[in-house]
Design a binder for this molecule. Structure first.
Ligand code: NAD
Ligand code: UDP
Length: 348
């Protein structure tokens, strides 16, 4: 009899955490979801509660946590600007203390750890598209800094726990990801636009709407997590460590390519399709033809990055992965989810 692998998912009741728990269960894991329910909700995981292989722990990741797991997925941190700016000090603590607690747990139990970093570590990037070797352009004292700098510090901790103690850490810099299970009041652009369009309220376009983002559907991201965690430590050591990509993954790039892998395992995951936020508003309205919403302009929040698009060469080479769901299709699935949810709420 083979024992199933045990996984801990911090932030497991959140948008991405709940998808990850579902996928891990489908792959045969025993799953513990840890969450303080700050932005997450038990509604995202109700359907998993009857599964004997699933458990939920109400816990704040800033406090130490003990348990024996094969794999730890560290997702606990508010991710939407309106939420992470509500309690900025708590946001920083969730990133930094939470990361230390999870790294200590991984160290003591020899668990493999995947940390969810973010494209925000590039700040308002001066390099486009963003490659992993770019160090970023981040304000240390602005309203987004609690999130950006917290995530940057978490990356530093991951790098040092790997170098100093040999913890098997893998980091993913996630670019804007969306889909079902986002909270209707999450505040991020896709859920905002869909909820506004469904209720025929004004669509709030910040700034001139010319800023860009690249939108990744949640299933594509979870697939990347699964593939990354399945890579052997030997292959991770071969691939990373400042080596020419053409050598560690022949055929993935021309032999003349100057791309070198990062010193520690960190990869971008995102959908390289780049859209202006105005295009996103227009596409949302096109997909909800009954909406009577109008686009209205509102001030651009401070330090809002102007452009964002991932270079995913490393993820393609290491994982044989690339996103499959185009924005039009992912948006349709997300609209369907929110319309069903709004229908249920108005029927209650
Ligand atoms: P989310 O807000 O839905 O999920 C975060 C979860 O973490 C929530 O369930 C929340 O209650 C929980 N949480 C927050 N602070 C906690 C704490 N101190 N202790 C325990 N639980 C805590 O957001 P998401 O989009 O699912 O993001 C998940 C992770 O992925 C976050 O770390 C985020 O920074 C990262 N990420 C997401 C995106 C994206 O576009 N969705 C992009 C980049 C990075
Ligand atoms: N945005 C917008 N209207 C909204 C919410 C967001 O125009 O109601 C813009 C926001 O200013 C940013 C982009 O959409 O330029 C993405 O915002 P989001 O909060 O989703 O993510 P992030 O800024 O962290 O990429």
């Amino acid at each position: 009899m083979t024992l199933s692998k045990k996984a801990l998912v911090t932030g497991g009741a959140g948008f991405l955490g709940s998808h990850l728990c579902r996928r891990l269960l489908a792959e045969g894991y025993e799953v513990t979801a840890l969450d303080n329910l700050f932005t997450g909700t038990k509604a995202n995981i109700y359907d998993l509660m009857d599964d004997k292989r699933f458990s939920f722990v109400l816990h704040d990741v800033t406090q130490p946590f003990w348990g024996q797991f094969d794999e730890i997925y560290n997702l606990a941190c508010p991710a939407s600007p309106i939420h992470y700016q509500k309690n900025p000090v708590e946001t920083m603590k969730s990133s930094v203390l939470g990361m230390m607690n999870m790294l200590d747990l991984a160290l003591k139990t020899k668990a493999r750890l995947l940390h969810t970093s973010t494209s925000e570590i590039y700040g308002d990037p001066l390099v486009h598209p963003q490659v992993e070797s770019y160090w970023g352009n981040v304000n240390t004292i602005g309203i987004r800094s609690c999130y950006d700098e917290g995530k940057r510090c978490a990356e530093t901790l991951c790098a040092d726990y790997r170098r100093e103690y040999g913890v098997d850490v893998r980091m993913v810099r996630i670019f804007n990801t969306y889909g079902p299970n986002m909270h209707p009041k999450d505040g991020r652009v896709i859920s905002n636009f869909i909820m506004q369009a469904l209720a025929s309220r004004d669509i709030t376009l910040f700034g001139d709407g010319k800023q860009t983002r690249s939108f990744q559907y949640c299933d594509d991201l979870i697939e990347a997590f699964m593939r990354y965690m399945a890579v052997s430590p030997k292959r991770i050591a071969e691939f990373f460590g400042g080596k020419p990509l053409s050598k560690v993954c022949p055929g993935s790039v021309p032999s003349s390519s100057k791309i070198v892998t990062p010193d520690v395992p960190v990869i971008n995951t995102g959908n390289p399709g780049e859209y202006t936020i105005k295009q996103l508003a227009e596409e949302t309205l096109r997909q909800i033809p009954a909406s009577k919403s109008k686009i209205v302009f509102a001030p651009l929040p401070k330090d809002d990055p102007r452009r964002r698009k991932p270079d995913i060469t490393l993820a393609k080479a290491l994982l044989g992965w690339e996103p499959k769901v185009p924005l039009r299709e992912g948006l349709a699935k997300t609209i369907e989810y929110f319309s069903k949810m709004s229908g249920r709420q108005s029927a209650q």
